[in-house]
Ligand binder design. Structure first.
Ligand code: GLC
Length: 601
C-alpha cells in the first residue's frame, strides 16, 4: 500500500459531479416499450456484432440489432477518415431507425486515448501517462474532448475508461492503467467518467462509458494464461485483496453514473469473470447497485466451459446483459432464442437485461423521436483542432516524469548553438502514440497527424540553433547537447506480454554513441511501462519517462526546455533489472525508483 503522503500527492482535488438522473428513473418508459416488443426484437438488443463481420448492413434491421462496434482495425470500407467514419456509422443508424420500433443503435469503439481509430483525431497520452499527472481536472478535460470527437463521427459509446490496477508490468496492457495504486485509479477513473458522460447523458456531446475490465484484469499471475503469459489469465487472490486492490475503480465510477461495465476475459481463482454470478450480479448489480448494463468482451463468452448454448446460458444467467459477438451474431441470436424458449434463460432475466439496456438509451435521449441519433457534423470543425491539441499538450507536459537530472542537464537552453536529436523514436509518431492508435496494435512511422519529439525540438529552439538528427547517434559533431528518444515499439493486449524489459540493443548503442561524443545526454524513454534502464542510466546526464504521449510532442519539448517545470510523479514503481519477479509485492522485486518519484527544476 502507499503512504498517506503519496496518496495526497496522488490526486489533485476533483470537482463533485452534478447528479445525473439515475438510470432507473426511466423505468416507466422502459416498461411501456418492453411490453410491446417481440422476442426477436428483445434478443436483437442483446447482440453486438462487429460491423466488419455483418453479412449485410440490412442485418441491423433484419435482426433488430441494438448495437454495433468497431473493434481494433474495424475501419470503414471507404477508408479511414473523418467523413468515411461518419458516413459509415450514420448509415447503420439510419437502418436501425428504419425498424418497427425505430430504436437507435449504440455504436461502440475503443476511444481509449482520444478517438484513436480515426486519422486526424487528437491523440492523448495513454492512461499510464495521465496517471503520472495525478490531475483529475486534466483527465476530465481530456475526456470531454474525446467525447466531442467521438460524437463528431456519430459513435455514442466508448469502451473506456479502463480502471485496471496492473500489478505486473510485464503485462501488455499496463499502459491502459492509470496506476498500480487503486487510490490513483479510483479518482482518475471517476474523472474520466465525468468527462465522457458529462453532467448528463442527455448532453449531445456526452458518450456512454464502459468501465473495464471488471474485475482483477491487472492481477493475473505470470504463466497461468494461454496463449500469452499474463493477458486474460487467472488472478489468484483472496476476496479481501480483490476488493482492496481491484474494486475501487468500480465503486467510484458506478457512483458517478457509469452506464456500462465490461467484465474481463480473465478469471478469479479459476473462474472466468464472464460466467461469474457472484461477481457480475452479487457484487456489481446487488452490492454496488449498478443500474446500467454489462457488455461482454470481444467473444469472451466463447472462453467459458461447454458448448455455445451452455456458454450463453451461463453468462447471461450470471448477469451478462449484452454480448460482443464479432461475427456469429446470427448463431448467437438463434441460440439465445432457444434458451428463452426452453427456459434455460428465464424471460425475467432477458427482460432485466432489456430494462438495463433501454434505460441507457432513454437516458441518452436516443428514444426521443424529436432528437436525431445521427452525427452532429458541425463538430467536424473542431475535430483534431489546435484547441483540442493544446489540451493534449498540457496532458503530455504534466505526464512526464524526470527520473534523473545531473550536471544541470535540464532544462535545456533554447539558444544552444547545436542540438542533436537521436533514437529510433525521435521522429516516429507511431512509437510516440503506442498501441490502440489507428491500428489495433499501433504502428511505427506516421499513422496519423501529430508532432514528433524531433519536430517539437525544432520548433522550440531559437532560430539560430542548429538541430541535427540521426537514428543511431552518429553525426553529433560539435553539439554540446544530445537527446536520445528511445524505448518500446507499439503493441496492444497480450501481444505486449513480455518477460524481458531490457531496452533494445539499438537504444543502448545510441546512448553510448552520444555519450562518447562528449555531449550532455538526455534520454527520453517512450514506453508503455517502466522498462529496465540501467544500461543507459549511468551514461545519461538526465533521464525522462515520457510514457506514450500521443500526437502532441510539443509537450515533451515544453519540459525539456523548461517552458513547463516537470510535475509528473511515477504512478508505477520502477523496478531494477536484477529483480527476479515483476509482480508487485512478491519477494524478489527490487525497486529502482519508488512510486511517487519525480524530480523538478
Ligand atoms: C478487446 C479488449 C477490450 C476492447 C474490446 C473491443 O479484446 O479486451 O478492451 O474494448 O476487445 O475492441
Amino acid at each position: 500500500m502507499h503512504s498517506r503522503r503519496e496518496f495526497l500527492v496522488a490526486c489533485s482535488v476533483a470537482p463533485i459531479a452534478a447528479a445525473a438522473a439515475p438510470l432507473n428513473s426511466f423505468d416507466d418508459q422502459v416498461r411501456r416499450i418492453l411490453a410491446g416488443m417481440t422476442l426477436d426484437e428483445k434478443l436483437g438488443q442483446m447482440a453486438q456484432p462487429d460491423q466488419e463481420f455483418l453479412k449485410s448492413p440490412d442485418d441491423v434491421k433484419n435482426y433488430f440489432l441494438g448495437s454495433l462496434l468497431s473493434g481494433g482495425d474495424s475501419d470503414p470500407r471507404a477508408g479511414n477518415g473523418l467523413a468515411a467514419w461518419t458516413d459509415m456509422i450514420d448509415g447503420y443508424q439510419k437502418t436501425a431507425i428504419g425498424t418497427r420500433l425505430q430504436i437507435p443503435i449504440l455504436y461502440g469503439i475503443d476511444a481509449v486515448h482520444g478517438h484513436n481509430n480515426v486519422i486526424g483525431a487528437t491523440i492523448f497520452p495513454h492512461n499510464i501517462g495521465l496517471g503520472a499527472t495525478r490531475n483529475a481536472v486534466l483527465v476530465e478535460r481530456a475526456a470531454r474532448i474525446t467525447s466531442e470527437e467521438v460524437r463528431a463521427t456519430g459513435a455514442n459509446w466508448v469502451f473506456a475508461p479502463c480502471v485496471t490496477v496492473p500489478q505486473d508490468i510485464r503485462w501488455g496492457r499496463t499502459y491502459e492503467g492509470f496506476s498500480e495504486s487503486p487510490d490513483v485509479v479510483k479518482v482518475l477513473g471517476e474523472a474520466a467518467v465525468r468527462g465522457l458522460q458529462r453532467e448528463s447523458l442527455e448532453n449531445p456531446l456526452a458518450v456512454l462509458v464502459c468501465v473495464k475490465h471488471f474485475v482483477g484484469d491487472g492481477g493475473t499471475a505470470w504463466g497461468l494464461s494461454k496463449p500469452k503469459m499474463l493477458d486474460q489469465g487467472d488472478t489468484r487472490v483472496d476476496e479481501a485483496t480483490l476488493r482492496r486492490v481491484h474494486l475501487p475503480g468500480y465503486e467510484t465510477t458506478v457512483k458517478a453514473g457509469a452506464g456500462t461495465i465490461m467484465p474481463s476475459y480473465s478469471s478469479w481463482n479459476g473462474e472466468k469473470v464472464s460466467g461469474s454470478e457472484k461477481l457480475m450480479t452479487g457484487i456489481l448489480k446487488n452490492e454496488l447497485a449498478f443500474q446500467g448494463f454489462l457488455i461482454s468482451d470481444y467473444a469472451a463468452i466463447d472462453q467459458l466451459p461447454g458448448n455455445y448454448k451452455q456458454q450463453i446460458t451461463r453468462s447471461i444467467n450470471a448477469g451478462m446483459d449484452m454480448v460482443m459477438i464479432p461475427g456469429k451474431y446470427i448463431e448467437f441470436i438463434t441460440t439465445l432464442k432457444q434458451c428463452a424458449q426452453d427456459g434455460s434463460v428465464p424471460m425475467a432475466r432477458i427482460d432485466d437485461a432489456l430494462t438495463r439496456i433501454l434505460r441507457t438509451k432513454f437516458a441518452m435521449g436516443l428514444m426521443d423521436a424529436k432528437r436525431s441519433p445521427l452525427a452532429d457534423r458541425s463538430l467536424h470543425n473542431s475535430f483534431g483542432s489546435e484547441g483540442h491539441r493544446a489540451v493534449a499538450r498540457e496532458c503530455v507536459r504534466a505526464s512526464l516524469v524526470v527520473l534523473k537530472n545531473e550536471n544541470q542537464a535540464l532544462p535545456l537552453a533554447k539558444n544552444a548553438a547545436h542540438i542533436h536529436v537521436a533514437g529510433k523514436s525521435a521522429d516516429d509518431l507511431g512509437n510516440q502514440c503506442g498501441g490502440w492508435t489507428i491500428r489495433w496494435q499501433g504502428a511505427s512511422g506516421r499513422p496519423t497527424d501529430g508532432t514528433t519529439v524531433l519536430e517539437a525540438v525544432q520548433r522550440a529552439v531559437a532560430p539560430k540553433t542548429r538541430v541535427s538528427s540521426s537514428i543511431d547517434g552518429a553525426g553529433v559533431g560539435d553539439a554540446k547537447v544530445a537527446i536520445a528518444v528511445i524505448g518500446e515499439k507499439p503493441y496492444a493486449e497480450g501481444m505486449g506480454d513480455r518477460a524481458d524489459l531490457h531496452l533494445a540493443p539499438e537504444d543502448v548503442a545510441t546512448v553510448a554513441r552520444l555519450k562518447s561524443s562528449g555531449a550532455k545526454v538526455i534520454a527520453v524513454i517512450l514506453s508503455g511501462r517502466p522498462v529496465f534502464i540501467e544500461d543507459v542510466l549511468a551514461q545519461a546526464d538526465a533521464v525522462v519517462a515520457a510514457w506514450l504521449p500521443g500526437s502532441e510532442g510539443d509537450g515533451v519539448a515544453d519540459v525539456l526546455f523548461g517552458k513547463y517545470r516537470p510535475t509528473g510523479k511515477l504512478s508505477f514503481t520502477w523496478p531494477k533489472a536484477s529483480s527476479t519477479t515483476l509482480h508487485r509485492g512478491d519477494t524478489g522485486y527490487e525497486t529502482l525508483f519508488e512510486f511517487g518519484w519525480g524530480l523538478s527544476y
